[in-house]
Write a protein that binds this ligand. Sequence first.
Ligand code: SAM
Length: 410
Amino acid sequence: MDMTRIRDRMVEHHVTRRGIRDPSVIEAMRTVPREKFVPPGSEEFAYEDAPLSIGEGQTISQPFIVALMLEKANLDAGDTVLEVGTGSGYASALMSRVARHVYSIERHERLALEAKERFEKLGYRNIDVRVGDGSKGWAEAAPFDAIVVSASAPEVPTALKEQLGLGGRLIIPVGRGEGQRLKRLTRTGDAAFEEEDLGGVLFVPLIGEDAWTATHPMYTATAPSLPGTVASEPSSPHDGQGAGMRKIDKLPALPEGVLDHSEFQQRFWAVQRFSWIVFTLLLVICLLGLLGRGGPFSRQTLLLPEGSVDFPVISRWNAPEDMTVTFTPSSEDRVFTIDPAFLQSFSVQGIDPPQKATFARDGRIGYVFPADPAGPTQIVFRLQTQLPGPRRALIGMGGETRTQSTFIFP
Ligand code: SAM
């Protein structure tokens, strides 16, 4: 299934309208198929702006927060980037579309292997994946122009700062639970870093030697936090950021890395499915009401030089219908013709008032009616619908014919 349009809509609604402006990030989000990074069966939810479970108690990042982190990382086409916390590989894939090379490190072997397979299948050849503790960085590949950490650290790990090149940007959530802040550190000198606060976020913990231990309560929690536990972020920017960023800061904390969304997701999906079913039913009922018998658009009129024909646009199968033929005043007999296709759609049950004569000529059936010189003559054909589906036939008055289209509901 081609999800390009759904992806474009997601990018418009959840990325550009929320203040992301970097064209290369936007383009990457339009290109990378997020549905290939979610677990089988969750594809239809790939373009919700929500993190989704990917197993091992981890989540694929929410599109908006990834876009925000990438934009704040100021990625360039020639950049070498490190992602700590590969997860599904989605964020690394996005970065690989913008930067020259991406190194991505993940502590869960299964996630790392699956991400690697995805990159191979999608032909993303500029990403190296490694299983390990990302709080120590990836020294052999350093220095990096940008480092993006997709899990929250108690404080900025020293190794990551050291592996940042001069001018390099490190995007990292710092803090515990709902008190996490997204930070940007820019290396301005050997031991000098400029630090900015980008707002409140909620990520899974960074587990490692230079981070939290594996007994971190958020990591070891088994029950999912339902929406009520996703805090409203009382964030206020520390610096004079632009309007887009201020808007972002007013948003609630981003539920990026809550441990297990399964229960919440299932409830959310059930409500979503139910809403779609109700919406579709209402739509069908409205359409039938509008188009069905008696509705305002239920009939159409064909105009011909010798009169007009009024017949149903939409009918029910095996049900009575009628067609009204109105002849303009005339002192001569009038002829109404139909072709055999018409009789496949409708069988003629009766004609009121009856015809003077019936004839067959050139594969058409003709009905002759005496017309009235003083006024119009109205003839009602009482019909019964035949074959269901869209039907077309030729009807005529005198020498003129018109195509008549009808839909007969099964
Ligand atoms: N960016 C990912 C994506 O787009 O799918 C999602 C990242 S997920 C929110 C955080 C990831 O960080 C998890 O997969 C987790 O296992 C990983 N992680 C946590 N601590 C880590 C560490 N010390 N080193 C490497 N990965 C770590």
